[in-house]
Design a protein around this ligand. Sequence first.
Ligand SMILES: [Cu+2]
Length: 271
Amino acid sequence: MKKILFIVLALILSTHAWANQPKNWQLGFQDSASQGMTEIVNFHNDILLPIIIAISVFVLFLMIYVCIRFRESKNPNPSKTTHNVAVEVLWTLIPCLILIVMAVPSFKILYKQDTIPKADITVKAIGYQWYWGYEYPDENILFESYMIKEDELKEDQPRLLTVDNEVVVPVNKVVKVLITANDVLHAWALPSFGVKRDAVPGRINETWFKAEKVGTYYGQCSELCGIQHAFMPITVRVVTDEEYAIWLTEAKMKFAKEPITENEYKKLASK
Ligand SMILES: [Cu+2]
């Protein structure tokens, strides 16, 4: 009995610790950690899923009914009807109405995500083949973030998702993310925050999130970008304000951008 209790407890605790990354045999979305993602999850669960289930059940019922009711032995002389105006109007109108019912809340969420509130922190993510570069433009910080190989992982570090330098942001603050790429198309995606934007060379896309829970969150490049597309994960660590201040001081020393020399400046200017 004690053993079973222990196993159950271990299972509960272990699923808790893994809450922000994909789980084995997972159904549905990863746990939400921002209001934006909560809205997406609710929209899916409360509006989309019931409609999808209703349509699937209805079509299945129709097919079974037709197979039984109009089988050859029961119905040897089939009807020659080819048109029925009432039915045709209905099967156009009803799907239209269903689409409108889905579109209204969908656009509401979409526009909300598209309007970036006043940002507390700005992070720029730059996609490279095959790693991410991060810049905190207001703090003069610039660093690269590479995946940790499987044989170098420490305990509790998830495979294919752990990086050497994580993005660190404070909890409950609006983080604006500027997203671009330096070579080919990539995409910066973080399921728990409901964030996914293409990283396009020569152009900057914007998005934002406000993480509501302290923790480590994992995402992956989500645009096929070459042979190592699967090996450029995104790790965001959400910390308290105090921890963020400490990290910032350390990061400023560790990742400070080299100031540009006068010679380099002249070279650039003459181009
Ligand atoms: Cu990529």
